[in-house]
Design a protein around this ligand. Structure first.
Ligand SMILES: [Zn+2]
Length: 201
């Protein structure tokens, strides 16, 4: 379900009904860990460490917080998609700013041996993952990134009948209509075809 072209939107898409039944990806702590892994937002070693050290029920509680954050953010995105965000939006985003204020980021210089042509040293972000709750931080940053670097006039909802997926339209001419051609695009094509053949009879 990473079809949003922006991780902040992909997070909203972590609950969806791609083939009619609603699928909740982050219904539990394990689901949240899995989503963070698939999204690439948190390193595997960090996820494992947090999963190991979390008390019983702690990760499930964080997943519940993540879902609440997600549904709050969905309201914001749905209210503003298709328009340009203005300075006034910062007030609506106050809950997100409060969450971001708790982040414990720091920078580190690392020797980067992966890319022979790149620089030998790199400056990277790291974070003190003090509690399972800190798993919300990369998500909050992805949301902040979305509202500050994406033109909201290009944020769209899939036109599929029952589809709830959101995406950033990066196509030339901004003609994207579907979460994916394979799912909703084809369904719409088949429906249009059925309609045409019904009329032809
Ligand atoms: Zn769709």
């Amino acid at each position: 379900m990473f079809i949003g072209d922006a991780i902040g939107l992909d997070f909203l898409n972590s609950v969806a009904a791609p083939v009619d039944t609603r699928v909740e990806w982050i219904g539990s702590g394990a689901g949240l860990i899995d989503w963070l892994r698939q999204s690439g937002l948190v390193q595997e070693s960090t996820l494992q460490k947090i999963a190991r050290s979390a008390g019983p029920g702690e990760l499930d509680a964080v997943a519940a917080q993540a879902r609440a954050l997600r549904e709050w953010f969905r309201e914001f995105v749905q209210a503003h998609m298709g328009t340009t965000l203005t300075r006034a939006s910062v007030r609506e985003l106050a809950p997100l700013n409060r969450l971001l204020a708790r982040d414990e980021l720091f920078g580190q210089i690392v020797a980067d041996g992966n890319d022979a042509s790149g620089p030998e040293l790199r400056f990277v972000d790291d974070r003190r993952w003090r509690s399972p709750e800190s798993l919300l931080m990369p998500i909050a940053r992805a949301m902040a990134e979305l509202v500050t670097s994406t033109d909201f006039t290009h944020v769209k909802a899939c036109e599929g009948n029952t589809c709830t997926l959101l995406f950033k339209d990066t196509t030339r001419g901004r003609k994207r209509r579907w979460c994916s051609m394979a799912v909703c695009g084809n369904r719409a094509k088949q429906a249009a075809h059925r309609e045409r053949s019904a009329h032809a009879k």
